[in-house]
Ligand binder design. Structure first.
Ligand code: SF4
Length: 384
């Protein structure tokens, strides 16, 4: 049986995912699109355009390169609790090259990479996962006899846009921790003449990748970026602003040690080194893994590590206390004695409002529906 290594996510030129094929009701599908519009900060009327993008447009070619990293960003995309995020992402794009996912190797893989770059010059999206070492002409990361630096310099100029996924590709990540022995750096420090979208995180949230791709495909332009190249819709707020433990911070109720009474009561983790006050990301609102509330580091009792913030994650000692930029409590915040409710956290619900609340709920429903459809398809005998 031959293996087509030139296209990892389906046949090139096909329409995008058809929700009907996945067994998702039109109602749930439109709810998902409305929710996505809300997350992206678009008018609710854009939900129709997002639905059209998912259902009708042709998939853009994507080349996904791996350099100095642990493959955690790809793994988190693929290992989502409900398999919908990776289905949505892989159905939205035509993944032509990915060393982690492709069956081919060696010369076969190299040939696939160069064929796709030449065939799609100026049109493909380049996703880079991992940092690029600069020391000693980049010899500390080599693939097929070439340095990561030379591969990036060869392929990036031919891309339409570049997504640096994860903290490593965004600004060096763990490899760049002092003393940074290989001079690991991020993509936008090397590539200056192409738009580079940074999606930092260790791992990056797959939902932010999905939202970025949907935004690009729907509006035919890149989302608005902050001064560090991150989409504002995902990284526009401090974690401290949306954290469910913020009322405890404002009330002066802290955990002082892991396992003490304050920690068991769910008090603020600032004194344990939480970097939420100086880290921008949507983790407390978006959460991880489709498993409901509290599925993020602070929600499980661990201080935020600051992985999405250049100069914080992998730079500051883990238990050093953070710099606080927003001492004043947000205007609308729940009382510390208020019930959190069963779905979204109270803090998150207040911040993102009813529309984004619908986003999380309908997104999860959509995920669940796709999962159930996949399960049913797996259980259906092929020759029936
Ligand atoms: Fe939440 Fe950390 Fe801020 Fe405390 S310091 S409110 S745990 S983000």
């Amino acid at each position: 049986m031959s293996t087509d290594v030139t296209n990892l996510s389906g046949n090139k030129g096909q329409k995008l995912v058809d929700p009907a094929i996945r067994g998702v009701s039109r109602r749930d599908f439109l709810k998902f699109c409305t929710a996505t519009a809300a997350i992206l900060g678009l008018p609710i009327g854009m939900a129709d355009a997002i639905a059209d993008t998912i259902a009708n447009q042709k998939r853009p070619p994507v080349i996904w390169l791996h350099f100095q990293e642990c493959t955690g960003c790809t793994e988190s995309l693929l290992r989502a609790t409900h398999p919908t995020v990776e289905h949505l992402v892989l159905d939205l794009i035509s993944l032509d090259y990915s060393e982690t996912l492709m069956a081919g190797a060696g010369h076969q893989a190299e040939a696939a990479l160069h064929k796709s770059v030449e065939d799609n010059a100026g049109k493909f999206i380049l996703v880079v996962e991992g940092s690029i070492p600069l020391k000693d002409d980049g010899i500390y990361c080599m693939i097929g006899g070439k340095t990561a630096l030379s591969i990036l310099n060869e392929i990036a100029p031919k891309a339409a846009a570049i997504v640096a996924i994860g903290s490593c590709a965004s600004w060096g990540g763990v490899q760049s921790a002092d003393p940074n022995p290989t001079e690991a750096t991020g993509v936008d420090s090397i590539i200056k003449d192409k738009p580079v979208i940074n999606l930092p995180g260790c791992p990056a949230s797959p939902y932010n990748l999905l939202s970025t791709v949907l935004y690009y495909l729907t509006l035919k332009k890149l989302p608005e970026l902050d001064s560090k190249g991150r989409p504002k819709f995902a990284y526009g707020r401090l974690i401290h602003e949306n954290c469910e433990r913020r009322p405890h911070y404002d009330a002066g109720r802290f955990a002082n040690q892991f396992g003490d009474e304050g920690h068991r009561q769910g008090f603020c983790l600032y004194k344990l080194g939480c970097k939420g006050p100086e880290t921008h990301a949507n983790c407390p609102v978006q959460l991880f893994g489709d498993v409901g509330s509290n599925a993020w580091p602070v929600g499980t009792g661990h201080p935020c590590f600051g992985c999405t913030e250049k100069g914080v994650g992998f730079c500051k000692p883990i238990h050093e206390q953070a710099s606080v930029f927003t001492a004043t409590p947000p205007a609308m915040f729940p009382d510390i004695n208020q019930d959190k409710g069963g779905g979204l956290t109270a803090g998150a619900a207040l911040v993102v409002g009813a529309a984004a609340g619908a986003a999380a709920v309908s997104g999860m429903k959509f995920s669940k529906a796709l999962k159930e459809t996949d399960k049913a398809q797996e259980e259906t005998p092929a020759d029936k």
